[in-house]
Design a protein around this ligand. Structure first.
Ligand SMILES: Nc1ncnc2c1ncn2[C@@H]1O[C@H](COP(=O)(O)OP(=O)(O)OP(=O)(O)O)[C@@H](O)[C@H]1O
Length: 219
């Protein structure tokens, strides 16, 4: 345990600083998210939401500050951290030449084997029954996003980091995803999510506003 870190936090960022093209995106930014909590990262276009999430997932290292997972510096336990994390980025991360079933097999194989029946159940639950073997380039944008989100159903990660997961989804799929997020949180998981959408979730829901944080830190 690192002295001073929040012992209850699953993920904690402390004094984060990031600039791009000589413009400060955020500074002195601190936050934490624990099991049983959804933290929505808000902010105007270009405020740094995607940048922050990519930093948290180890995809961008041009920042200053400390990141902790379960009270220990992430850099000291990167493999364990990454095994506990499911990241779905801004673009759906779906291979267009593979089918939905192949995409989920591939994504699952990165961590542990997943039974084909579980993959088919997940695809059915996101409304893709009958599309299991269709190359993803023949699916609509929303259907490709559903393939990506089916990973939430087959994964075992405790921490979900999701960048604009509602984009391209229809009203029914939005409601379904909100239920799924709340279910994960109520089962002890943690969710960090960016969205411009008016999130309606039946679980603990807090907001990290990057616009407000920038205003505060510049005073
Ligand atoms: N590859 C890049 N190289 C240089 N600057 C970049 C790059 N990607 C983003 N930026 C800049 O970083 C800033 C933050 O971008 P970011 O994508 O994190 O914002 P965001 O809050 O997610 O925006 P949006 O709500 O539009 O998705 C923007 O001003 C953008 O111009």
């Amino acid at each position: 345990m690192t002295i001073g870190s929040n012992p209850e936090a699953l993920l904690e960022g402390r004094n984060l600083y990031c600039e791009r093209d000589e413009r400060v995106l955020f500074e002195q930014l601190s936050f934490s998210v624990q099991g049983g909590q959804l933290l929505q990262v808000k902010g105007s276009n270009g405020s740094g939401k995607t940048t922050l999430l990519r930093i948290l997932c180890g995809l961008n290292d041009s920042f200053e500050g400390e990141l902790y997972f379960q009270g220990q510096l992430i850099e000291e336990q990167r493999d364990q951290y990454l095994a506990s994390l499911l990241y779905i980025g801004h673009r759906s991360g779906v291979s267009r030449i593979l089918s939905p079933r192949e995409n989920l097999r591939w994504s699952g194989a990165l961590h542990y084997p997943i039974a084909d029946a579980d993959i088919d159940d997940a695809l059915a639950e996101v409304g893709l029954r009958g599309y299991e073997d269709v190359p993803c380039h023949n699916l609509s944008a929303g259907q490709q996003q559903r393939v990506s989100l089916a990973r939430l159903l087959i994964g075992r990660a405790v921490l979900w980091i999701l960048d604009e997961p509602f984009t391209t989804l229809d009203v029914h799929a939005v409601a379904q995803l909100e239920v799924r997020l709340a279910h994960h949180v109520k089962n002890g998981g943690a969710v960090l999510v960016t969205t411009h959408h008016d999130l309606k979730v039946d679980c603990r829901h807090d907001v990290l506003d990057l616009d407000a944080s920038r205003v505060r830190s510049s005073v």
